[in-house]
Design a protein around this ligand. Structure first.
Ligand code: GLC
Length: 562
């Protein structure tokens, strides 16, 4: 099935490449060991210096900042105590305004994380709410009486482990939290809560931010009757959260209404984007439900197909084909490999394939991400081939929000994928200039080789491959807007697909393993002659070639029909 080749609207969030920054570890501008806004400003030229022929910048179009609002940092910013201010750890509102101006000056859009399924328990709204049962914020959170036997109000659990209910002596009631007990869930049935959050959205849009990534965007809605979740019959997952059907504590029909209202606020402004972490059980639902049935919810819902897929072209192709089939023609796909909650893809995929070719896997993965239909998201450091730091001493871990499960098991902390960006081979990998500081998380020991400076100087590095790939994508209407069609009916170790508009045909060949005759692979009469090499691990870019007889191991070739 071939989709229409050009969407009716050509938006920046469709053609652009979005780069996620984890501000705590991207760049430390004041030398205190923790990343900050000033550090990001200093590194903007690396992301995009505004020069299309730049020899040094990556060339992305937008940054998404993980939360920078005021926070006690129990969940490293995903617990906000003031939506209208910047956390002092990161700087000031004036620093943010400067970041916005400097980013826009280079053509970089800025997207903020909007964490509104819950606040911090230090937020003044919660402080007021918990003080009594009859204050003006009394109904802003999810309060329930204990059961007559003193037990929790129902069986709802926290995603981070243990019960979702925490007792508050002042009110002699429990409040509910999907995540940590320091992150109480807002009551989205209360119109005053909706209004307050809409005002927060307008505050940042008025400042000029270009969009939001909605955090945990499926858990706004809860059952008004607080019914127990049904148990999954016979399920004995170590994480008790997975043993329930989450019928009543997430993703209720009303959730759509809440996101539709966000979209209406966004549309009061020109050209802003609404992105969302969908946070659903992807075995039951698909992230496409978040577009809304009238194109009135998220512009870009994250689907976790690649993060949950093994490194095998068969699985990956199945996910791509599924997305092609179920994404409505008016909607726009979203593609990503990594974020701050999951192990980095090279760590996931090298380990599972026991492969000794990390650079080849990194290039193949990059080619996949940046040649599919839809908006690609990069996670900082992925363009260098950064892998998880598995050697963080227990007393240096920063992911404190997760708690032990009933069985005493601790979910693995997410710190491994959040270590400092590797800029050069100076102390702290150039992340911090502070001589005697301890970086927020330990730098990965491979930083002397895996870093921006070294990779810019090495023509065949992963970073230079990403840089070239980004330019190839930006220069090709077929790669930005074209249809996607597989040429491989039954993938073994290769992917081969076309991206096409009426006037341009791009062929993408990605070999995941051994040498393979191309004619065995492609079940279609292609004109074999005269392709211009856009980018290849085998052929020189710009040369005109005939299709080769064989794909060499780990070959990536992106070719344009002459
Ligand atoms: C989202 C964030 C994650 C955070 C959680 C609670 O899943 O991505 O980092 O811990 O929400 O806010």
């Amino acid at each position: 099935m071939v989709k229409p080749t050009t969407p009716t609207t050509n938006k920046w969030w469709q053609s652009g490449i979005i780069y996620q920054i984890y501000p705590l570890t991207f760049a430390d501008g004041n030398g205190d060991g923790t990343g900050d806004l000033r550090g990001i400003i200093q590194r903007l030229d690396y992301l995009n210096d505004g020069n299309p022929n730049s020899e040094t910048c990556l060339g992305i179009d937008a940054i998404w900042l993980s939360p920078i609002n005021k926070s006690p940092m129990v969940d490293n910013g995903y617990d906000i105590s003031d939506y209208l201010d910047i956390c002092p750890v990161f700087g000031t509102l004036a620093d943010f305004e400067e970041l916005l101006t400097e980013a826009h000056r280079r053509g970089i859009k800025v997207i903020l994380d909007l964490v509104v399924s819950h606040t911090s328990n230090q937020h003044p709204w919660f402080q007021a709410s918990k003080s009594s049962r009859n204050n003006d914020k009394a109904d802003w959170y999810l309060w329930q009486d204990p059961q007559p036997n003193g037990q929790f109000p129902n069986n709802w659990l926290s995603y981070f482990g243990g019960t979702g209910w925490t007792y508050c002596a002042e009110r002699e009631q429990y409040y509910f939290h999907t995540f940590n007990e320091n992150q109480p869930d807002l009551n989205w049935q209360n119109p005053a809560v909706r209004q307050a959050i809409h005002d927060v959205i307008r505050f940042w849009l008025d400042k000029g931010v270009d969009g939001f990534r909605l955090d945990a965007s499926s858990v706004y809605s809860k059952d008004p009757d607080f019914r127990d979740n049904p148990m999954k019959y016979g399920s004995s997952d170590k994480n008790a959260y997975n043993n329930q059907h989450h019928l009543y504590d997430k993703n209720l029909p009303e959730n759509h209404q809440i996101i539709q209202e966000f979209r209406q606020v966004i549309e009061e402004y020109d050209d802003r984007a609404l992105i969302g972490e969908t946070f659903i059980d992807s075995r039951l639902y698909d992230s496409t439900i978040f577009y809304g049935n009238k194109n009135n919810e998220l512009h870009l819902p994250f689907g976790f197909e690649f993060p949950f897929s093994p490194w095998h072209p068969g699985y990956l192709q199945r996910e791509i084909e599924k997305k092609e089939l179920i994404t409505p023609a008016w909607a726009w796909p979203t593609q990503f490999l990594d974020n701050h909650d999951i192990p980095r893809h090279l760590s996931r995929w090298i380990e599972c394939s026991l492969c000794s070719h990390p650079v080849s896997i990194a290039k193949a993965a990059a080619a996949l991400l940046l040649t599919l239909r839809g908006t690609p998201f990069l996670y900082y450091g992925q363009e260098l081939g950064m892998v998880d730091n598995m050697d963080i001493p227990a007393d240096r871990l920063q992911d404190r929000a997760v708690v032990a499960t009933e069985t005493g098991e601790l979910p693995p902390p997410r710190d491994g994928a959040r270590t400092p960006m590797q800029w050069d081979d100076l102390p702290h990998a150039g992340f911090s200039f502070g001589a005697n500081v301890t970086p927020w998380l330990p730098v990965h020991k491979n930083y002397t080789e895996v870093n921006v400076k070294a990779e810019l100087a090495a023509p065949d590095s992963i970073l230079n491959f990403y840089r070239q790939l980004i330019r190839v994508r930006q220069g090709s209407d077929a790669l930005k807007w074209g249809s996607w069609k597989t040429l491989v009916v039954y993938p073994h170790e290769q992917l081969a697909y076309l991206r096409e508009t009426a006037t341009e045909t791009v062929l993408v060949l990605i070999n995941f393993a051994y040498e393979k005759p191309l004619k065995d692979l492609i079940d279609l009469e292609l004109d074999w002659q005269r392709w211009t090499v856009l980018l290849s691990t085998r052929f020189e870019a710009g040369h005109v070639v005939d299709l080769p007889d064989n794909l060499v191991p780990f070959e990536v070739s992106i070719l344009n029909k002459v």
